[in-house]
Design a protein around this ligand. Structure first.
Ligand code: ASP
Length: 290
């Protein structure tokens, strides 16, 4: 079936992981809610950056996902989060890592976007958030009793009606990880990248493997000459060098979509101008490749 590739596009994910059958409905519903928030913004003419931030904020509020509320704990039992946002038009990037007790890490990454340091960590990130009036919270507000040790970082990429791309990530990291550990999610070329000249991509999964394999850089470079699906499949295949599970979504400047994973499941939502909102838990559910 031929897809209409004109207009805005928004693609998001709720993590590369194994999804318990009892949690399938919550994963689909969470993706659809976030899609609805992002799509509403793009429909109203908002930028890809605004839509990505809005969609991720919904996922951060949903305890189904390991981002914001529902984040997993490190080996000290604390929640430390990483998030980033990248503007494909300017290549501006804002990121925070190992940040504690803030409600929406992606919105702090947004505040960082036009700042000179691209990445602030730990207390430095939180004091920046406090100085800029971002929403702080108590550490306990982020904890959800039944949080499971699974990969379920969230991410979103979008193309707006002016042809600009954006990418964003947000995560509680890996369950039981070393305090201060930073994964792939806030690192450009690793967990995310966006460039209007090529495309946008974000990843979820084993951060150390994703970072060492430079997966986001590979996908965006692949999209300079090839399609997003082939570029994404080639990136996931690189994990044979390092081991590890991951999933990624990609979008090129023409609005073509690619996604792949070597994890058992990957919760993905897709919205396109003039189309319906769709959520999937495995690549095989999406018959319309590319
Ligand atoms: N990639 C994230 C990290 O390593 C974890 C995840 O995707 O669940 O921090």
């Amino acid at each position: 079936m031929q897809e209409d590739l004109t207009g805005w596009v928004l693609v998001l994910h709720g993590g590369a992981k194994s999804i318990d059958p009892m949690k399938e409905a919550a994963n689909r519903a969470g993706c659809l809610d976030a899609l609805a928030a992002g799509a509403a913004m793009l429909r109203a003419g908002a930028s890809a950056l605004d839509a990505v931030e809005a969609a991720i904020r919904v996922l951060e509020d949903d305890p189904t996902f390991n981002a914001g509320r529902g984040s997993v704990r490190n080996s000290d039992g604390e929640v430390e989060m990483d998030a980033a946002l990248m503007d494909g038009a300017t290549l501006d990037l804002g990121g925070v890592a190992a940040i504690r007790a803030v409600r929406h890490p992606v919105s702090i990454a947004r505040l960082m976007l036009r700042e000179t340091p691209t990445l602030l960590v730990a207390e430095g990130a939180r004091s920046f958030a406090a100085a800029r009036g971002a929403e702080l919270c108590q550490p306990a507000e982020l904890l959800v009793p039944e949080t499971e040790p699974a990969h379920d970082t969230v991410g979103c990429i979008a193309l707006d009606s002016r042809g600009h791309l954006a990418a964003g990530t947000s995560t509680g990291g890996l369950e039981g990880c070393h305090p201060g550990r930073v994964g792939d999610s806030p690192l450009p070329g690793c967990g995310l990248y966006a460039d209007d000249a090529a495309g946008a991509t974000v990843f979820s999964g084993d951060g150390e493997s994703i970072s060492r394999s430079l997966l986001a850089a590979r996908v965006v470079q692949g999209m300079e000459t090839g399609g997003p699906q082939a570029s994404m499949e080639a990136a996931i295949a690189r994990l044979s060098r390092t081991g590890g599970e991951a999933g990624g979504i990609a979008l090129d400047r023409m609005g073509r979509i690619g996604w792949a994973h070597n994890s058992q499941h990957f919760a993905v939502g897709i919205a396109r101008e003039g189309g319906e909102l769709r959520a999937f838990l495995h690549r095989d559910e999406d018959a319309r490749h590319g």
